[in-house]
Design a protein around this ligand. Sequence first.
Ligand SMILES: *Cc1c(COP(=O)(O)O)cnc(C)c1O
Length: 428
Amino acid sequence: MTSDPRRLVPRTDVLLAEARVAAAVGRLGRDLVKAVVTGVQQQVRAGALAPDDAADAVLAALPGTASSLHRVLNATGVLVHTNLGRAPLSAAALEAVVATGGTTDVELDLATGRRGPRGEGAIDALLAAVPAAEAAIVVNNCAAALALVATCLGGELVVARGELVEIGDGFRIPDLLVSTGARLREVGTTNRVSAADYTDAVGPDTGAVLKVHPSNFVVRGFTRSVEVAELAPLLDVPLVADVGSGLLRPHPALPDEPDLQTTLADGADLVLCSGDKLLGGPQAGLVLGRADLVQRLRRHPLYRALRVDKTTLAALEATLRGPQPPVQRMLAATVQELRARAEAVVAALPGVDAVVADAGARVGGGGAPEFELPSVAVTLPASCAEELRQGQPPVVGYTAEGRTWLDLRSLDPADDDTLVTAVRACTS
Ligand SMILES: *Cc1c(COP(=O)(O)O)cnc(C)c1O
């Protein structure tokens, strides 16, 4: 009665022709589906799967999209997590990405049929959000903005020693600046710099004075730094401030985090920031400030190598003009709201060792390094961390005090039900 399972292995063309599998080929492409089919055939051949179940197994093993990147639930309590793609886009930004992902009028004036200025809508939205700026351009990320500024305005860049920082993953701002051919003129010491240190260093070769927000560390004790407002009136060269996190205006919850509007109003000639940190938008580097300097950057040949695509421009504009993006909502959530969500999650998990606990969330992405936002988490047995991370969808929390912590501040409330389902799957 036993038969050779190899002879019963469903043929590739038969499996690919099955209606549901054929639909997946239309969505994911033939190669991707075929690779899954091959894997399932091997399981049948090994006797691990009944031939009749092959089609179902193919469907179950197919990825959700043609990309190997997954949607992940961020329960780390780090609002802008670089390893998790930083700021989640708002629904408005995602819609704009989908709408412009095909062909779009990014450089065409539909009224005249002539070439139009690229990304004008995003620029206008930036200028409306930051009235102290005369002009703006958008590049690939803040590192690109720094590279463009250093290439275009260097010669010599005057920078405080204490602001020659490493941002993360070995990315050192001084190395980037020097790689453009600019020369660094370091002033002050690790812990102290004065206005006179800057003015003494500025000379005929100085292209700009650069201030870098030391986003991810704090120097305490016998320290001194020079604020933009103090420095700007003393300089006759451009003062460029890299503020990093991209707050448009001062934020009441983040008193030490510099913002674009204030930094320009204090006298910076240019401000630089990321689009995907506290601004809550797509990966981008924003440069705002004096019109003549922005124009120089735009005309530089390197700009062409650093400019962003249509979907980034669309997402950025929608982030700025649309409803509050998720990062801003995460910052604004009250502890009461978070506790109510955590209690609802625990209530939906009867019989599971899940406990509501006070937690501390962080801005992340190099923002507000010492600052803990009061938060609320659901804690689970330590062994859940790995299973949740490998679940569908993956949930990333953190481990502390022998427990797995799922912080609710960094999670979209719309995903709470998905979180419950994921926890149920790994604790059942
Ligand atoms: C994060 C950060 C950067 C790097 O920004 P990217 O957009 O990741 O290139 C540069 N400068 C400062 C001060 C930062 O905080």
